[in-house]
Design a binder for this molecule. Structure first.
Ligand SMILES: C[S@@+](CC[C@H](N)C(=O)[O-])C[C@H]1O[C@@H](n2cnc3c(N)ncnc32)[C@H](O)[C@@H]1O
Length: 309
């Protein structure tokens, strides 16, 4: 067992978990195009390369995921995220946003979700934003939720998130209950909120709703290690406020400070409170190692508007 604690039993070494709070920021040119939004489909045939699997025990379930190093090795030479991998960067802003690693707050979030049991996720519709390996979303999927996974990079969804979902659930579950969306938050938000007028749009809406991708409103939004960049926080905030049900909840796991890039839980709380639309509170602090937190957000209900949050 590795020395990673917080109630997890690590069956293999934990050297694959990224514990840094010092995100290396290799900022790209300002005119970089944000990744467009698109749905990524589960392939008919699974790839059969030799891949190591890491498993963590979480309450009554084992969560398994592909070893991040093996997945990095599968990125094609022509992919622009290859540069980030070969230079050992955690991320290249607006090109690659770090989804191929398992960041430690995602395990904190799984642990927190487990603590929430026996409240069941069964029947809930959940969105995991910036999912990377997707462990929190997969946990809720295993507990009966319908889960939509979003990541900036389609390679992450294809090579890591989808295989991880397949490792942990049976085809009957993931084919019926999962969707995978790649792209920048602002563009994924547009895709999920697309509405039009006229008969063509109605037919389109009917077809889209048959695919069940635009349930458009989620009971729960999960997100881990996604508030490090001050530039992209407004886009994260907007997608949350557009897609969360009025009574929905957000569970956001993050470090208290991301040194060198400016984001962090206190700063994000201030940013959210200033908008006056959400209540936000820190509901768990993990102080072993780098200090991390779980934040919960809910819409301020109309009767409480104006009251201090
Ligand atoms: C540091 S990784 C964290 C991955 C995973 N949640 C974890 O904790 O292991 C940040 C994630 O946020 C997502 N992300 C960052 N900026 C984004 C943006 N502007 N639009 C969409 N996704 C973004 C990326 O998809 C990436 O997977």
């Amino acid at each position: 067992m590795g020395d990673f604690t917080f109630g997890f039993e690590i069956f293999e070494d934990d050297s694959n978990i990224d514990t840094s709070s010092n995100v290396k920021d290799h900022r790209g040119p300002d005119d970089i195009t944000l990744r467009p939004a698109k749905e990524i489909y589960i392939p008919y045939e699974t790839r059969n390369e030799e891949r190591r699997v890491v498993c963590v025990s979480c309450g009554d379930v084992n969560l398994c995921y592909l070893h991040p190093q093996d997945v990095e090795g599968m990125i094609e030479e022509k992919s622009d995220i290859k540069e980030a991998i070969t230079t050992h960067s955690d991320l290249l802003p607006s090109v690659y946003e770090g989804g191929l690693k398992v960041w430690e707050c995602s395990l904190d979030l799984v642990q927190y979700l487990q603590d929430l049991d026996p409240i069941s996720f069964s029947g809930q519709t959940i969105l995991e934003l910036g999912c990377g390996a997707g462990l929190p979303g997969i946990y809720t999927l295993m507990k009966g939720a319908t889960v939509h996974f979003q990541d900036y990079n389609e390679e992450v969804l294809e090579l890591l998130t989808i295989p991880n979902v397949q490792l942990n659930t049976i085809p009957e579950v993931y084919k019926e209950k999962c969707h995978f969306l790649a792209g920048d938050w602002s563009l994924v938000q547009d895709l999920l909120m697309q509405e039009g007028t006229g008969i063509f749009s109605l037919v389109l809406l009917f077809l889209i709703s048959c695919m069940c991708i635009t349930c458009s409103r989620y009971d729960v939004i999960l997100t881990s290690e996604t508030i490090y960049s001050l530039d992209s926080q407004p886009r994260l905030y907007n997608i949350i406020r557009s897609l969360l049900k009025p009574n929905g909840k957000v569970f956001l796991a993050a470090k208290t400070h991301y040194f060198g890039v400016g984001g962090g839980t206190r700063q994000f709380e201030d940013f959210v409170r200033e908008k006056g639309e959400f209540e936000i509170e820190s509901i768990k602090v993990i102080s072993q190692g780098v200090r991390r937190e779980i934040l919960e957000m809910r819409f301020i209900q109309p009767e409480n508007k104006g009251a201090k949050t």
